[in-house]
Structure formats: C-alpha cells, structure tokens
Design a protein around this ligand. Structure first.
Ligand code: Z15
Length: 829
C-alpha cells in the first residue's frame, strides 16, 4: 500500500513538475482553452471583451504558479514578514502590468497577433480596480509593486469593496457621481478563498471572569460577521516572487442556527443576515473628512480583525511563544485608519493569550509602525467615545488603559503640566468626547513616518511637537516614491526603450539609480530627436483621447499643460483657472504682432470632487464655463484651449502623463504632505510648475531648481501672510480676473459668488491672491523656455534623469531597513 501511495505521489509530481510554457504556441493554446472552458464561448466566435477575459485568465494562471512557489518558499524559510494594512489600494488595471512584470509581454503580443487580436486593444477592455481615493491609495499600490520586485516577504491587507470610488460623469459642466460596479463583469485578477474565512465580532458587553484565581475581562460580542479572503497576486519584475494582496469581503456568518415559526420569520432572518454584507459594500469617497460614522469604524475593525487572525494563525503554525512574535512580524499601518489594530492586538494577547499587560504592550510596541499622510491636526481621525464603546466595548476599555499608563508615564517627565498632558492624551475631552487615533498610534508605534522632508518637519514642530520632544527617535522621514514599472515601462513604452537604448541596459527597471546616466546625453542632438518624437507620439494619443471625449481639437504644437489630481481648495485648481482667465484676457486685448509671439497652450484639468464638497464642485463647473467661452472664441483659435478630462483615474493618468509637456502642483506651501503625481510627471520628462511644498522641494534638489518653475510663498512665510490677510494691492491682476467671474463674464454670477468669496474679502485662506503674481511669472518663464525647444528638451531629459530618488523602490528599502527590520527572501527560479 505504501509503495502504491509513493507511486501516486511521484506521478502527481511528474505531472506538476513542469512550468506553464510561454512560447507563442502555448500561449495561444491557453488563451483559446480559456475562451472555451472559462469564458464558455466558442473558439470560433468571441468578441474583444471575451478575448480579454480569456487572455487575463491565462495570465492569472502564470501569476498563480509563481504565487504558489513564493509562498511555499516563504513558509520554508520563515523570514520576518511585513504586513501592510491599508483601508485603500488604488491598483488600476492589471493586465499590462502583469505581463510586463512576468517578462512575457512580447510573447503575448505575438500570440495575440497570430490569433488576429491586438494586445493593446484587449488591454483597453479592462476596468480600473479603484479601491481607493487618491495619493494615499495609489502610494500603497506602488509600494506593493516595489515590495514584490525587491523580494520582500510582504503581505498587503485591505477591504474588497463591492463598489470602488464613484465614477465621475459631467452633465452640463456639473459633476455627477455614479456607482462603480467594478465586479459586475467578473474579476479575473482575484482568487476567492472560500476556506480562508474568520468571524469578526461587534457590539455586546464586557464581563469579568476569574481564571486560575486571576480576574480578567472577557468580551461577549453581540454580532458576528464572516470575513472571506480574496487574494490578488502581485508579481515582482525580474524575479519569480509574487506576493499577495489579501482583501476581505463580508459575508453573513453561518455560525448560529435559525429557528423560525413562520415563513415571514424565516425570510426576515435571511434578509437580516444578508445585511452583514454592507460592511464591505462601498468605499468612502472623501478621503479626509472624518464624520464619525459607525459603518466606517466597522469597516476599519472588520479588515483589521480578519487580518490579525490570519497573521496570528500563520505565526502559530510554526511558533508557540509570543516572545518570538516581534522577530517574525512587522505591522505597518497606512495612516491612522487601521490603528484600531493596536487595541485588537492587546485584546488578543491579554484576553485570549493571557499575557501580562506589560508583556503584551512590549510586544505591540515592537511590531507596529505608522505612516502619517495628513498635514493638519484637523485632518487627524477622531472616533467618538460613545460610538467606539457601542461597537467595540472591550477595545474602548483597552484604549482607556493604554491612556492611563501613558498619562502616568508623561507625569514622570512633565509633572503636572496639564495643558501638555491634555494635548497628548489619547482621549479628547470636548463637546464630543473622542479617541484620537493618531495619539494612540504615536503611543505605541516604534516608528512614525512622514512622507517628505518638509512634512516630517511639520509633524515634528507642529502637529506632534509634544510627542517629538518626548520620543525624537520615533520620527523618521520616508519620502514617497512611485514605481517606474507602471509609470514608465507600462505607460510610456517609447520612453522606456529610449532609456534602455541610451543606457545600454534594462537594469534601471529594477535599479533606478542608473537612470542618472542619461544626464551625460542631455545635450546630445540624436537623443533630442528621439525624445521629441516620443513626446509627439504621446501627445498625439492624448489629443485623440481629448477629441473623442470632449470634441475639442487641439494642436500638437501647443504646450500641453496639465493639472490632474483630486479637487481640493488647498491644491488650488482655482489658481490655475484664474491664470487661464488672465491668459485669455491678455490674448483678447493684444494686437496681431503680439499674438504671433504667444505660446499656444492646451490647459488640461482633471479630478474628482468629494460628493459633498460644494466648493470643489463649483471649481469643476467654473472650469467648464471658462472652457466653453475660450474654446469657442474665434479671436483665440489655437492660442488657448481649455479641457476638463472627466473621470480621472489611474488608467487615465497612464495616458495623460506621458503626453504632457508641463504639469502643475500648486498647493499652498505647507499643505501637501508629499504629492506623488509630480513624481510620475518627472519620470516622464514633463517639466514641473510648482510651489516649494512637499516632495517638490526635494525634486528641486535632485534636478536643480533651474530645471523647473518654482513660485509662491514658502512654507515658513505662510502663517504670517495668513495672519496679515492679503490685500487688493497684492495683485491688481488677481482682482481683475476674480471680478470677471463675479460680474458674470462666464455666466452663473450667483452660483460663483460663494466661490469668489473664498479668495476675497479678507478670506483667501490658501493665499491665491498673494501667490498670483508670482504664479504668472512662473507661467511666463515656462512660455519662454518652451520657445527654445532644444533647451526645453534638455530640461525634460534632466527631469527624467533626476527622478531616480523618487522610485518607491528607494522608499521601500528605507522602510525595510529603518522601520521593519526585514530582509529579502528570493524564491529560486
Ligand atoms: C491622501 O491621499 C493623502 C493624505 C491624507 O491625509 C489622506 Cl486622508 C489621503 C495624500 C497626501 O495628501 C499627499 O500629499 C501624499 O503624497 C499622499 O497622501 C501619499 O502620502
């Protein structure tokens, strides 16, 4: 019998001991098999979308293969792992990224050509995975790509929202929101794990219990919801490693029996249980206003609790003693959203594993690190005590205990300085008593990270001054980065080949420092020719896209000037529009000789406003009315075009960024923690017009301030300027353009009144009036530079060449070494 079993096992291995083949014939066969057996269509008749599905499934097979090997290898080596907890991941599309990272892009392109399809056309069939709002979420996605590529033993954990970020549609110039049914046509990039599921508890009461003569607390929850895992393989580039992004979906728990006496009872019982699913239904669409909503808290705890159960189960597979926990586990919390995990770890260690409080706290303090993305203290999350006490009664007690001990410790250092104590307290006394999630994180995490140098400085000197003075060693700078795989290799293939050709190697795709080698050729006429051709081809694609969406025809000779990002007052899209109005006004008042010297522009703006953010919505409408007037004015022609690109998302960014000449980053200094869009433009050789804020300060250091257009008040000047209030004489030109809007030059006089009020009448919190003159100068400098195309191209090459620092590979290396203490674990080929 034993021999029999051995033979069976050998046979099985014989069958499996072969990797999927990646030659063109094998790929064609696999795609057609998926057409027939997965998509269930005839292999003689299927459309582009079905072809995409089959193609995606064949890629998925190859991802799963590597994913298995990677996890088997991690299990064997048992290295310390990093668990990255984030409520949002903005992954975008997966197809092109996957085949690129797997290194089989050309093979697939060939295979499809032979089948009569075009890879790029099929890639366009894919919708974005938009499980996030903006910068914070896309950063998480870039970091996953770097973690995989650098072979780190990492897991991402998050929520599988049924509806991602709303789709923006524009009707008559106004934003409307539509639900994002991204799962309606299936999602080939995820693997449902029906057997990986955990109960997550809510509500109930806390009772005392005596265990071995010791009193302890026990939580008697009132409700249980099941968390089911959906795994999303994340392939590294140039490595066999593929890591996992595990997203949790809520399902009704099947743990208790139902007893019903009538059909009505039975139906109601089922319907009520189904309500459990609402937890993972929808992503909150405003990223920085905390409204103290119960559902949001439940989302946070739901994904945190499931993830921790998963992590602890994995740890317990190989270890018995929690002393070893910090040697095997690092937990990264992305902003304070997952910080309830600190209380949950304490609850598990103390209530379930029966560790002493101080031992448990010591463990918690060694595993957690946090990244703060907010700038303003008002931007920090606060959970009303009543809410937390009702949803998670035991966690509230634990937080009180943590705070009590924190206060005792602080008294030792600061005596009776009650102002300081109350500022540092985790509990905020006020009209609504609430829990400061940031203070909870600071009390526990051994590493607190800012996302750029100026941002860390703000955290140290303003937002968390008291904590910094107490624990300076905790505060670290990890300047953000983006992945060159998606933002150059996938989205700008022509630039990718130019770089590889001139550097004589593709090694920069994994080791981006090499990209600095381009500097040497910044004045080479042959490179200039190739560079300009590349830009023109990308502009052509963008122009076609603009024409299809907005029916505006734009000239390829014009400067493509782009501002794409979430609409926020602090990001000052309004400054951009007022600048456009000024430009329009100048063109209207010029004589013909003057006009001939004007540099033609296409001003492109895109971005979503949070559904309840009235001012942001007015900015979108203003953009449309200005566009209407300018684009239809025969005096203007190609000298100025204004375009609003609807439904800005990751895949739109992949098209727009490579096709732009100039990009704008206009935040009032001190308000943008980092900014990551600017890094994508930089990599793509687009020049930056920016304030000295967030990462732009470091970009200027890398490429030289003379290679970008900096303007505006500096971080340290802003508070005093605000104090003083701007006056009319700050800029007559500013007063003039605001007046045009006020007086109804573009229509809707009443509607725009409140918008104008935000920047006038002693208000102008974001200092548009103060910065306007300097903004116009920077714009004029950009115009002058654009006229000299050789100079412009040189600056463009130097931008790409100087972008190495802004790769998320560098960011992740810093986290690995300074915060997480993890080593690469490379799966052998
Ligand atoms: C968000 O996307 C960011 C900060 C936040 O506090 C929230 Cl709630 C969402 C952004 C920053 O505004 C941006 O400057 C930064 O580059 C990005 O996070 C990633 O760190």
């Amino acid at each position: 019998e034993l021999g029999d079993r051995k033979a069976k096992v050998e046979k099985m291995f014989g069958l499996m001991d072969e990797f999927l083949k990646n030659d063109s014939i094998s790929l064609q066969k696999d795609i057609l098999d998926h057409v027939e057996f997965t998509v269930a269509r005839s292999r003689f008749s299927f459309d582009d979308f079905e072809a995409y599905q089959a193609l995606a499934h064949s890629v998925r097979d190859r991802l799963i293969e590597r994913w298995h090997d990677t996890h088997q290898y991690f299990k064997k080596k048992d290295p310390k792992r990093i668990y990255f907890l984030s409520l949002e991941f903005l992954m975008g599309r997966s197809l092109t990224n996957s085949v690129t990272n797997l290194g089989i892009q050309d093979e697939y392109a060939d295979a499809l050509t032979q089948l009569g399809f075009d890879f790029e056309v099929l890639a366009e069939q894919e919708g974005d995975a938009a499980l996030g709002n903006g910068g914070l979420a896309r950063l998480a996605a870039c970091q996953m790509d770097s973690l995989a590529t650098l072979d780190y033993p990492a897991w991402g954990y998050g929520l599988r929202y049924q509806y991602g970020l709303f789709r923006q549609i524009i009707v008559d110039g106004f934003q409307h929101e539509q639900p994002d049914f991204w799962l309606n046509f299936g999602n080939p990039w995820e693997i449902e794990r029906v057997h990986v599921s955990y109960p997550v508890k809510f509500y109930g009461t806390v009772e005392e219990e005596v265990l071995n003569g010791k009193k302890s607390k026990i939580w008697i929850p009132g409700e249980s919801v099941e968390a089911v895992a959906y795994d999303n393989p994340i392939p590294g580039y140039g490595t066999r490693n593929a890591i996992n992004l595990r997203l949790w979906a809520a399902k009704p728990s099947d743990q208790y029996d139902m007893e019903s006496y009538t059909t009505g009872d039975y139906i109601n019982a089922i319907v009520n249980r189904q309500k459990a699913e609402t937890i993972s239904n929808v992503l909150y669409p405003d990223d920085r206003s905390y409204q103290g909503k119960e559902l949001r808290l439940k989302q946070q705890f739901f994904f945190v609790s499931a993830s921790l159960q998963d992590i602890i189960r994995r740890f317990k597979d190989l270890h018995r003693n929690f002393d070893e926990f910090p040697e095997k586990v690092a937990l990264q919390i992305n902003d304070t959203h997952p910080s309830i995990s600190i209380a949950e770890v304490m609850r598990v260690l103390v209530d379930e594993e029966h560790l002493d409080w101080s031992k448990a706290w010591d463990i918690a303090c060694r595993i957690f690190s946090v990244t703060i993305h907010a700038v303003q203290p008002e931007g920090l999350e606060k959970i009303p005590v009543d809410l937390l006490g009702s949803v998670l009664p035991r966690h509230l007690e634990i937080i009180y205990e943590i705070n009590y001990r924190l206060m005792e410790e602080l008294k030792k250092s600061f005596g009776q300085d009650y102002d300081k104590l109350s500022r540092m307290s985790i509990i905020e006394e006020g009209a609504v008593k609430s829990i400061r999630m940031a203070n909870l994180s600071l009390a526990c995490c051994h590493s607190v990270n800012g996302v750029s140098r100026v941002h860390l400085e703000t955290l140290k000197t303003r937002v968390f001054k008291d904590f910094y003075e107490l624990w300076p060693h905790k505060f670290q700078c990890k300047t953000n980065g983006v992945t060159q795989r998606r933002w150059i290799v996938v989205s700008n293939p022509s630039l990718c080949s130019i770089i590889s050709k001139w550097l004589g190697t593709e090694a920069w795709i994994r080791n981006v420092d090499l990209i600095a080698g381009l500097k040497e050729y910044a004045e080479d006429p042959d490179l200039h020719t190739e560079w300009k051709n590349m830009k023109r081809v990308n502009k052509m694609r963008l122009a076609e896209y603009i024409e299809t969406l907005t029916s505006v025809k734009v000239s390829l000779d014009a400067m493509f000037d782009v501002q794409i990002k979430r609409i926020h007052e602090y990001k000052r899209q309004l400054l951009n529009i007022l600048g456009i109005i000024h430009r329009y006004d100048c063109i209207k008042n010029m004589d013909e000789t003057y006009k001939r010297r004007v540099v033609p522009r296409v001003c492109i703006i895109g971005g979503k406003a949070a559904p309840g953010y009235e001012v942001a919505k007015k900015i979108i409408k203003l953009c449309h009315v200005v566009a209407d007037k300018v684009n239809n004015d025969p005096d203007v022609g190609d000298l100025l075009k204004v375009v609003f690109i609807p439904d800005y998302n990751v895949s739109v960014a992949e098209l727009v960024i490579p096709g732009s000449d100039l990009s704008q980053h206009l935040s009032t200094a001190g308000h943008e923690a980092s900014g990551t869009g600017c890094m994508k433009f930089l990599m793509n050789g687009c020049l930056l017009l920016a304030t000295a804020d967030g990462s732009a300060v470091e970009i200027a250091e890398e490429i030289g301030a003379e290679n970008m257009f900096l303007f505006g008040a500096k971080v340290d000047e802003v508070p005093a300027l605000r104090e003083k209030g701007t006056t009319l004489k700050d800029s007559l030109q500013f007063a003039r353009v605001v007046r045009m809007v006020r007086d109804g030059y573009f229509g809707l006089k009443d509607y725009f009144k409140s918008l104008c009020d935000t920047v006038e009448d002693g208000g102008d919190f974001y200092l548009l009036g103060y910065d306007f003159a300097s903004y116009l100068e920077a714009q004029a400098a950009a115009d002058r530079a654009f006229v000299d195309q050789e100079k412009w191209t040189q600056m463009s090459i130097l931008s790409t060449a100087g972008s190495g620092k802004f790769s998320s590979d560098r960011t992740i290396e810093e986290y690995a070494q300074q915060s997480w203490g993890i080593e690469p674990c490379k799966c052998p080929f």
